[in-house]
Design a protein around this ligand. Sequence first.
Ligand SMILES: [Zn+2]
Length: 900
Amino acid sequence: MRAWNGEEFGVNRIAVSQTLRRLAAALTLSISGVVCAIAGAACAEPLFSFEGTPGKLPKTVVPIHYAIDLKPDIAGLALPGVEIVDIEVRAPTARLTLNAVNTTFAAVTVDDDTTRADIALDAGAETATFTFAQPLAIGAHRLRIEFAAQINKFDRGFFYVDYPTDNGTKRLLTSKLEPSDARRIFPCWDEPAFKARFALTVTVPRNFLAVGNMPVVRERPLESNLKQVAFATTPDMSTYLFVLTVGELERITAEVDGVTVGVVATAGKAAKGQFALDSGVKLLSWFNDYFGVKYPLPKLDLIAVPGGFGGAMENWGGITFFESRLLFDPATNPDSARRGIFGIIAHEMAHQWFGDLVTMAWWDNLWLNEGFATWMATKASEQFYPQWQSWLNGYAQKQYAMALDARRTSHPIQQPIADESEAMVAFDAITYNKGQALIRMLENYLGEAAFRDGIRAYMTAHAYGNTTTADLWQALESAAHKPVAGIAASFTEQDGVPLIKAETNCRGNDQRLTLRQNRFVIAPAGAAGLPPRDWQVPVAVGSLGGTQSRDVVLLEGAIEIPARSCGEPVKVNSGDIGYYRVEYGPVNGAALAKSMPRMSAADRVNFLADSWAMVAAGRAEPSSYLTLISSVSADDRRPVWDQVITVLTTLNRLARDRAEQPAVQRYARATLRPVFDRLGWDGSGSGDDDDTLLRASLIRVLGEFGDEEIIAGAKRRFAGFLQDLKSLPSALRDAVTHVVGITADRATYDTLLGLARKSTVTNERLRYYFAAAGARDASLAHATLALALTDEVPGTIATGLINSVAASGEQPDLAWDFLQQNYDTLLARQGPQFRDQFIANFMTNFSDDGHAAALAAFAPAQATSGGRVMVARATETIAISADLKARALPAVDAWIRQRN
Ligand SMILES: [Zn+2]
């Protein structure tokens, strides 16, 4: 169990008491194992109450309504503004503390212009405290704050993005505030439980379009080609959901159920938003029905931002996306890009209800937002595009979470969050992917209709409010009439992955299956053991073929059940729905291995992934997994081969600079080449089928593994592409360019950069920049690193390029030296997440003790508690890689030699 203490996290009293309550709950749980099922939600965390919500700001003053007037100085990168905040004082106080960062104050008054406040700033706590001569009485007051914030270079608060167009470089401004950067735009109570209404006005050039949470209600021309834009007032919402994007933008729209859905993009690009617009329209009516509460705002814009930040952000009524995640152009995108675009729109739109309308009270329940939205995106993709098989093809998300969750540095998906830096690092695979897997397992256990009814009741009961996880379990239990909290709490309130040992034995012709639970752990050799855990696990047991029924048993401790006739293979975690590992006894394991072709694809992926996980955990020899690969057929499904490719890529990475690498690469080529040869370079089909996607990923990895024919084929096709762009299908462009990039000489490298610089299409620019950054040649790697210091690419792309030099360019030491030498310059450009997250993540490109020590000695990475969490996780990752390398590579090498 992890030790929580106030010193480590610098927590306040509320957070400590919350922690103690959790600790008590966790202890009870691990002693008795079943308490929560009996006691219901009450044994876990309490239902939401404002007073009981953790946080740093005093709860004696709450904001009701902000009227904010911003006048961005676009050239000078300053953000002067005035805000009038209606507040409610709940206990008499002369001091009023709220959040602000990098903000200066001209004047703060209350109720009338004569009562001015003394202002004290605390940069560390990111607060401003206003002290008045007389205490404010209980009741309503009005604050007037004149301030100046900043327009940032990096993607926090309000920031600028410079982007290329046919008419030269243009600048737009946009915002990204989650978890706690609204305070970089305007002084505010910047914690999710302080919901309030927002009325915004902003002054911008007349040729700009301004997009906020709500529709524009008034535009008024001002002098010097400026205009003032006023937006309608929002309903009650959390500060982190505020949005403002301004620039030379255009918008396409459609009406659905009384709501205007729009796609906003930079001038000339909005037509590429048609697929996004159609998706938004479909999803809005489907979500209106699923949640049982209609989308409450009059409009919903999907905004394409051409750089500056990655991913997407669910601002209420104005979702921002990195441009290439939203726009689709059949001329430059493969058809399959629609899968990612639809998925990310579904994720962010699900948040409009789950997160925006009903909001987690504090960041310790971030998983409620993210686990649910991630699950809903996959569910919606299955609903509208069943041919994509999104659960099957997305199998790796759960695998990744389980790999992290098996470690000492994992964390419960509900975890205490003491400060902003910890909230920042909570956005990880455990929160998103384990959250998604848990919700899928619960929906499967409760039934689809009962689960949906519970969600509808939850939405209705908590609209415009805040919740804890306990509120959700209560709603689901009432709807499903089945205990939920006990099962759920065993997965949300403790970290770790259940290991289900499954053994069969025969009594006459009858077979019995024994299931016994344990804790699945991946730890470096010599590490101290982790404490045992008990879960309530819905375990699905099935026969082969996927069409026959499967039984779900709720496992606590151990159980023995009948399992068909003697010798018949029994598959556990049937359908790959559960969040647990399975270790089979020798007899059943061998029977299953022989029967792989009869399994459903989901079961084959699950069986292979569990088999490799046993190797990673030191519970099985690599030969057990490699033997299984031999029985995967060349015409098997994409996710099955994808699982194999992932393992071979890991082995190749670990073997860098080691004697085993030639043998590993030879084996990988020999294994994968027949799969590629079956597909060939030129397939027919829509470009959105699994064969097309598998072909592209095989070209990529076979190139990395040094397959000379594939490399030559890629170079030939790239040369043809330069002559005639249509000669290379868009589905293969990324993969072919990647292979050309890793083997590039100076002339090819310059060609790639030339293509990147010439294009105004974001996904094309990324393709060529990243291909160049993958060059293995050291002098080219130097050139890429130098580029990362310039303003040629946005900050988030620059860090991506540095990482590519280390990962696909295989020059990690060169990149690490560069990071240390240019640390201050990069920090100023990239912002705090460069220090708190990027450095630690970057170091996981290494797998040796020396670099683990170098990370531990790099003080800036540990400047915040969030940074220290990241360093601890990265250090463990490096140690686990080092251990796997020492253990597995010689065994893999011996197995390959023995086979030849
Ligand atoms: Zn999300």
